[in-house]
Design a protein around this ligand. Structure first.
Ligand code: ZN
Length: 430
C-alpha cells in the first residue's frame, strides 16, 4: 500500500474508532494517534483536562481496525492505583475491557484474563512491570507478542521526577523495550513538561526520534500572583473570616502544602478558627457531607479521598476548600476551582504549573497565588527566580520553561495576567 493510501486509511480508522466512542477528537488527540499509527514513538505534552488518556484508550480499537485483527492490547504504566481505577471506571463502560495489575489486584480471575490477553487496556505500576517477573515475562508470551500494539507511559514526568529517588522502577522502564515485539512503539504522555524533562524522559524511556505532540500549558484565564507568606494563624484567620461570611459562595479553593505535617497543622488551625462554621449549615455534626474544609493527602485512606473528591467536584457541594499535598495534582477533574494557593514554594516549576493548572478548567477567571518566603534547600533556583522577580511577567517566565512555548501569545489584558503586569499598568496610570 502506498504512503498516501496508508495515511488515508489511518485517518479513516481513527475516525471510525471515535465514532464508535461517540466522540469528536480534538486536533492533538488525532495527531498523536495518527503519528503513533505511522510507526513512530510519540511524546504527548498537553495541558491537564485536554483528554490525554483518551488517546491511548482508543488505541486498541484503532489498531483492531487498522490491522484488521481483534483483541489488540495496550499496556499503560500509571503511577497510582487510584488513577488506574478512575480510568477503568471511565473506559470500561465505553466497551474497552480495562483492568489493572499490581499488589492491590488480588482477583485471581482478573489476573488470569489479563495474562490470557483478554483485556485490551492493561494498567500497571512501574514496579509491577519491572520487579514482578510473572508480569514482565507475560510480555514474552505468544499472545502478547502477537497482540500488544502499544507500551504507554502516562504521567511521564514521573520518570524524571521519581526515577532517581523513591520510585527507582521509573528509571528502568527503558529496559522494557527489549521485551517488546519490535513493531511495538512507545508513547509517553505528560501534562506539563519542561524542555529539560522532555530530554530526560526521552532518554530514559529510550524513545527513538519521537514525534512531539504538544500544547503549551498556558491558560489565559489563570492569573498568577506571588505574595509574601504570613504566619499560619493570620492566614487561616483571613480564610476563616471569609468562609464564615460567604458560606457556600466561597470560591472553590485548593491549598497545596509541601508536607503532610503542614497540611494537618493548617487543617487544625482552620478548624479552630472556624469553630461551628466548619460545617454548613453551622453547628452540624462534622461529617463529610457537611464539612466546608477537607484534606487530601497521601496518608488519607482511598475511600476517604474518593469521598473528598466527589463532594469537592459537585457543583453545589458544601466542601469549599481542600488542603492537599501533591497527590491532588493528578488526574482530578473538578472544573470550577477558582483559587489555588501554594503555602510555600514547591520544589520545581513543573510541579507548580501542573498544580496551578487545576484552576479554572471551565475557562472562567481563576487565580494561582504563591505564598512565598524562606524557600527550603529543595527549592530549585528557577522557582526562586520566578517568585522573587518583580520585573518580568510571571506567565512569560513560567511558560518559557515548557515545551511549545512558541505557541504562547502575549496576554492582552495585563490586569489579569499576573501581579507584575497588573502593577506595571497601575504604575503607568498614575
Ligand atoms: Zn504577566
Amino acid at each position: 500500500m502506498s504512503c498516501v493510501n496508508m495515511e488515508d486509511r489511518a485517518k479513516e480508522c481513527i475516525l471510525q474508532a471515535a465514532t464508535r466512542f461517540n466522540i469528536t477528537l480534538k486536533d492533538k488527540q488525532f495527531d498523536a494517534i495518527k503519528a503513533f499509527l505511522s510507526g513512530r514513538d510519540v511524546f504527548v505534552s498537553l495541558p491537564t483536562g485536554y483528554g490525554k488518556s483518551l488517546i491511548y484508550a482508543l488505541l486498541p480499537i484503532v489498531f483492531d481496525l487498522f490491522k484488521e485483527q481483534r483483541g489488540s492490547i495496550v499496556i499503560c504504566i500509571s503511577p497510582l492505583v487510584c488513577l488506574m481505577m478512575d480510568q477503568k471506571a471511565k473506559f470500561a463502560p465505553q466497551g474497552i475491557i480495562t483492568e489493572f495489575l499490581g499488589e492491590e489486584q488480588t482477583d485471581a480471575s482478573c489476573i488470569r484474563s489479563v495474562k490470557n490477553g483478554e483485556v485490551q487496556l492493561v494498567y500497571m505500576s512501574p514496579e509491577s512491570i519491572i520487579c514482578n517477573f510473572q508480569y514482565r515475562n507475560m510480555l514474552l508470551s505468544p499472545v502478547y507478542q502477537e497482540k500488544l500494539v502499544a507500551f504507554v507511559v502516562d504521567e511521564a514526568h514521573c520518570v524524571k521526577k521519581w526515577g532517581d529517588s523513591f520510585r527507582i522502577a521509573y528509571s528502568q522502564l527503558g529496559d522494557i523495550r527489549s521485551f517488546l515485539p519490535p513493531s511495538v512503539n512507545v508513547m509517553a504522555l505528560t501534562a506539563t513538561a519542561t524542555n529539560a524533562t522532555y530530554k530526560s524522559v526521552c532518554q530514559r524511556l529510550s524513545l527513538h526520534d519521537p514525534v512531539l505532540v504538544g500544547h503549551s500549558p498556558n491558560r489565559d484565564n489563570i492569573m498568577y500572583e506571588v505574595r509574601p507568606i504570613t504566619d499560619l494563624s493570620s492566614f487561616c484567620g483571613l480564610i476563616a473570616d471569609e468562609l464564615k461570611q460567604l458560606g457556600l459562595e466561597y470560591p472553590k479553593t485548593i491549598i497545596f502544602l509541601q508536607s503532610y505535617g503542614d497540611c494537618a497543622l493548617m487543617y487544625q488551625t482552620l478548624k479552630l478558627k472556624l469553630g461551628p462554621c466548619i460545617t454548613f449549615p453551622p453547628n452540624y455534626p462534622i461529617l463529610q457531607q457537611f464539612a466546608v474544609i477537607g484534606m487530601y493527602t497521601r496518608a488519607s485512606k482511598t475511600e476517604m479521598k474518593e469521598k473528598t473528591l466527589a463532594s469537592f467536584c459537585e457543583t453545589h457541594g458544601k466542601l469549599r476548600i481542600v488542603l492537599a499535598t501533591t497527590a491532588f495534582g493528578m488526574g482530578v477533574d473538578c472544573r470550577d476551582v477558582r483559587v489555588i494557593y501554594h503555602w510555600r514554594a514547591p520544589s520545581d516549576l513543573e510541579q507548580y504549573a501542573q498544580e496551578t493548572g487545576r484552576a479554572g478548567r471551565d475557562n472562567l477567571p481563576s487565580r494561582a497565588i504563591l505564598l512565598y518566603g524562606n524557600p527550603g534547600r529543595h527549592v530549585e533556583e528557577k522557582v526562586k527566580k520566578y517568585a522573587s522577580n518583580r520585573s518580568v511577567c510571571r506567565r512569560e517566565y513560567l511558560m518559557k520553561q515548557f515545551l511549545c512555548s512558541d505557541q504562547v501569545e502575549p496576554t492582552r489584558d495585563l490586569s489579569t495576567c499576573c501581579d507584575v503586569c497588573r502593577d506595571s499598568v497601575t504604575k503607568n496610570n498614575y
